[in-house]
Design a protein around this ligand. Structure first.
Ligand SMILES: [Zn+2]
Length: 270
């Protein structure tokens, strides 16, 4: 089980469509701490431990939240500094980004950080060097590849199962095979858009059918139906971001109880 800890205005589609620019970030009301605290409550109720891939930007502004994540037994992991796509960086910029984030998270959390997930699953055929840089900077696993076809990310030819990339373990986002096709099964917008039973069936195909663990992810803003509405969004981005926010918490509660979940380091790093 994993959470990508970022605020409602840091979603790549908002920046990509020009609806929000980075200089605006500091002027928006931050909701990530309150939303993540609600998630911590949800996990505590279900007795589930998870991995929190967190932005350095968030850790710098909310150090006490980082401590609470660690104190409650969850894994603290890196989501990069400020949600800049890995495939928009040079190897040198990427190295500086993941190094700075690891240090900031470790300082705030008082624990070692060994996991990484790139913003918008942005490790793929354009930047395979990223795996080596991650290992050199002390990361032990990565969860940034998504072997699906999507307009913002994905590589249909990437392996579906966890595999070694030199000294790094790559844990791809979970997909399932259905009617000869590879479909996303790791959560995200699909979990809110589709009926819960469809998501559960897709995960069962992997967990029971293929007999291996699945990776699920979502964001703190996905349980926040009171978040400010961004105007002038393309319809696709609007539908993806705002559909099903009010039903998300109830769906998550079911999901947490329907499967046995744990931190990614405990599931994959043996
Ligand atoms: Zn993200």
């Amino acid at each position: 089980m994993s959470v990508d800890v970022e605020d409602w205005f840091q979603v790549w589609a908002f920046e990509g469509s020009g609806a929000i620019t980075r200089p605006q970030w500091e002027s928006f009301p931050r909701r990530v701490e309150a939303n993540t605290d609600r998630l911590l409550g949800l996990f505590a109720d279900a007795e589930v431990k998870a991995t929190f891939f967190t932005l350095g930007w968030v850790a710098e502004r909310h150090p006490s939240l980082i401590r609470r994540i660690v104190e409650q037994g969850h894994e603290l992991a890196s989501h990069g500094w400020d949600h800049t796509r890995a495939d928009a960086q040079t190897p040198e910029q990427f190295r500086a980004d993941i190094r700075r984030t690891k240090r900031a998270l470790e300082a705030a959390g008082g624990c070692e950080v060994v996991g990484y997930r790139a913003a918008t699953f942005s490790i793929g055929p354009k930047n395979p060097w990223a795996f080596e840089v991650l290992a050199e900077e002390g990361y032990r696993y990565d969860s940034s590849t998504y072997p699906v076809k999507h307009d913002f990310y994905g590589d249909v030819h990437a392996p579906r199962e966890p595999h070694r990339r030199g000294n790094l373990l790559e844990v791809p986002m979970t997909t399932c095979r259905r009617m000869g096709r590879t479909l996303p099964a790791a959560g995200g917008g699909w979990f809110r858009l589709l009926p819960y039973g469809v998501s559960r069936a897709n995960l069962r195909r992997v967990v029971d059918g293929e007999k291996r663990p699945a990776v699920f992810y979502f964001h703190p803003w996905e349980i926040d139906s009171g978040q400010p509405r961004v105007r002038n969004l393309p319809w696709k981005t609007r539908v993806r971001h705002y559909t099903g926010l009010s039903r998300m918490e109830a769906k998550l509660s079911r999901l947490l109880r329907d499967f046995a979940w744990d931190r990614m380091d405990r599931v994959f790093l043996k």
